[in-house]
Design a protein. Structure first.
Length: 343
């Protein structure tokens, strides 16, 4: 979904009491997503400051010259204390960046924080550019991607070979039985190539990448405790997005989108997707599933999804698990998994 791990720690303190990371709190004063959105590009690639929460979230499955698998994450989150923008330090828009690289044996992660209104972070829609400090993502339809941390970095080039895909009903992604929702679209058809800078030296890599764009003001219900989100790229060119939002009564709300190789989406509402944990790992004191069975019977999907590195814990202000996965079963491929809310 990427309902992603957004800027939780930067949400106003009054919003922290309801739902996971305060995402079920009231959206007083902010705009609310409505059914049947009509996205306008390139304008909607930019920021929507009248909504409380927004992100530009890119993950990539990469391969080195010797066949070693790698994962990459680049994320910019925006959170608003008020539905407006101003210049200078009084601007109520807050920004956070996460970057990570995952190898079979290590997980590198770093974080940046910024205040709006001073040029330190932001997004321009046309020509598209997103940045925080010296991290840069230029070009939704193909461009460059850079980030660096104390012990890693990367410089990548992106090209597109498929269309932008709306998630949910024409981009209106429902998140709960009570109707919470977000606007949500993806670009799941990137080819990516470049260089990872790791402690052991530079590694040239190639692979596929997936961008999620989402914004809302109250995306979750107040009884939802966290989520499990999957983005899968199959060897035959099809894609699939799916998520499971866990509730404090032990039930879950699910959603999925099947994406044909030509980019045609078929959305599936609650109950169509089954996500079953198969194996757990303990990471940084948290026990969570790192091997899953995903079933989408309407598309004949029955696959096992397994972490490339079970220790892909994001040691950020609000911690979560995020890393590359392998896919085996009725279809084979690669993907990404994000899990939040595990104690």
């Amino acid at each position: 979904m990427n309902v992603k791990t957004l800027i939780f720690c930067l949400l106003p303190l009054t919003a922290q009491a309801q739902g996971f990371a305060g995402l079920g709190s009231d959206a007083d004063g902010f705009s609310i997503p409505r059914p049947d959105p009509q996205f306008q590009f390139p304008a909607d690639h930019g920021a929507h400051p009248d909504y409380r929460i927004e992100w530009w979230y890119l993950t990539a499955n990469l391969t080195g010259p010797d066949g070693t698998p790698y994962g990459l994450q680049w994320t910019l989150f925006r959170s608003a204390m008020a539905p407006q923008t101003t210049s200078g330090w009084t601007d109520p828009q807050l920004w956070m960046g996460h970057a990570a690289v995952t190898t079979p044996d290590a997980h590198f992660v770093t974080e940046r924080l910024a205040r709006g209104g001073i040029g330190q972070a932001g997004v321009v829609a046309d020509p598209f550019s997103a940045w925080i400090d010296d991290w840069q993502f230029d070009g939704i339809d193909g461009g460059t991607l850079t980030a660096s941390g104390p012990d890693f970095g990367y410089d990548m080039t992106l090209t597109t070979n498929g269309p932008i895909v709306p998630q949910g009903e024409n981009g209106y992604s429902v998140k709960s039985a009570s109707g919470q929702a977000s606007y949500y679209y993806s670009q799941p058809f990137y080819s990516i190539a470049g260089t990872l800078r790791l402690p052991g030296g530079d590694v040239p890599v190639t692979g596929t990448a997936w961008l999620d764009r989402e914004w809302s003001s109250q995306p979750l219900a107040d009884n939802q405790t966290g989520w499990d989100w999957f983005s899968l790229s199959f060897d035959d060119g099809a894609r699939m997005m799916g998520f499971r939002l866990r509730q404090n009564d032990g039930n879950a709300y699910t959603s999925a989108t099947w994406i044909a190789p030509d980019g045609t989406p078929t959305p599936y509402a609650d109950g169509a997707l089954t996500a079953t944990p198969l194996e757990e790992s303990t990471v940084e004191g948290h026990t969570l599933p790192t091997r899953w069975r995903l079933q989408l019977p309407a598309q004949g999907v029955d696959v096992t999804v397994a972490a490339v590195n079970t220790d892909a814990w994001m040691t950020t202000s609000v911690p979560y698990w995020e890393g590359p996965v392998t896919v085996d079963g009725t279809a084979n491929g690669v993907g990404y998994l994000e899990m939040t809310g595990y104690d």
